[in-house]
Design a protein around this ligand. Structure first.
Ligand SMILES: [Zn+2]
Length: 270
């Protein structure tokens, strides 16, 4: 599943309902739709009807005899109580958490990585709470190749790869954080987020973080660093390249298309 929708299945489903299948993974997307219809209180027969209707419209060469298999499999998937609709609107970030990170004896860029790690941990915990219906453990761990790769990308961190650089990659950084007592490297490659244990969860909330693709940008924006601005159309956080850069790529393109269409109309009318 696209990263964009990992914790935002409702947004994913809205996209599919509006535009048809978003990816080539028709089976997975039908499963999502099935969960959605189940969430709306439909029984299996009704869900099947809905999926068939959807496929008729959105699959070229739809054939009931061929496609019944993926439809049945989606219906059965949704029937399983374990397969919950995963949607997280936002995660709360407290003043205490922000203060704790800011007080760490590391650069702002590395603090941003720690912040991102914390948010990813919160998301993982919330995911488990929704999936299992009960809160997971009280421990704070982070690990896994995929998660580290995602961390580097979400935290917008670049490393100095030169020979004399002390931190050339995320693993060097983890070692630095371990030395500072911020995290603890475990024997299984997972790291324990030591700093989280000192933070009381009952602290005051500073903001709700709702866009999980721009976690690093949010940290910079909060601290007024690295020229991170809100797009003046849609509000998404973006890196401002120059003072005239006021819209995100998507909004800028949309404006450009509207402008061109208008020009074409005027040209035609004349
Ligand atoms: Zn925008």
């Amino acid at each position: 599943m696209s990263n964009k929708y990992k914790y935002k299945e409702k947004d994913y489903i809205e996209d599919i309902l509006e535009n048809g299948f978003v990816t080539k993974y028709v089976g997975s997307e039908l499963k999502l739709l099935a969960k959605w219809y189940k969430d709306k209180g439909m029984d299996s027969e009704k869900i099947k009807d809905e999926l068939q209707d959807f496929c008729k419209v959105h699959i070229k060469n739809y054939n009931k005899a061929i496609h019944y298999k993926i439809i049945n499999s989606a219906v059965n998937y949704a029937k399983n109580e374990k397969n919950k609709l995963i949607h997280i609107d936002s995660v709360p970030i407290s003043k205490l958490e922000l203060d704790t990170i800011e007080s760490m004896d590391i650069s702002h860029d590395y603090q941003r990585v720690v912040f991102t790690m914390m948010v990813m941990n919160k998301l993982g915990k919330e995911f488990i709470r929704i999936r299992d219906g009960v809160p997971g453990s009280n421990e704070y761990y982070f690990g896994g190749y995929k998660n580290f790769r995602e961390l580097v990308s979400l935290a917008n961190i670049t490393f100095n790869k030169k020979k004399n650089s002390e931190v050339k990659n995320i693993h060097d950084l983890v070692h630095l954080l371990d030395e500072k007592g911020i995290v603890e490297i475990g024997t299984n490659g997972n790291i324990k987020l030591l700093f989280m244990y000192g933070i009381k969860s009952s602290g005051e909330f500073e903001f709700e973080l709702s866009n999980f693709e721009t976690i690093g940008f949010k940290y910079d924006h909060y601290h007024g660093e690295n020229k991170i601005k809100e797009c003046d159309e849609c509000g998404i956080l973006m890196k401002q390249n120059n003072n005239n850069h006021k819209k995100c790529n998507e909004c800028a393109e949309k404006k450009w298309r509207e402008y061109n269409a208008k020009k074409q109309r005027i040209y035609r009318d004349n």
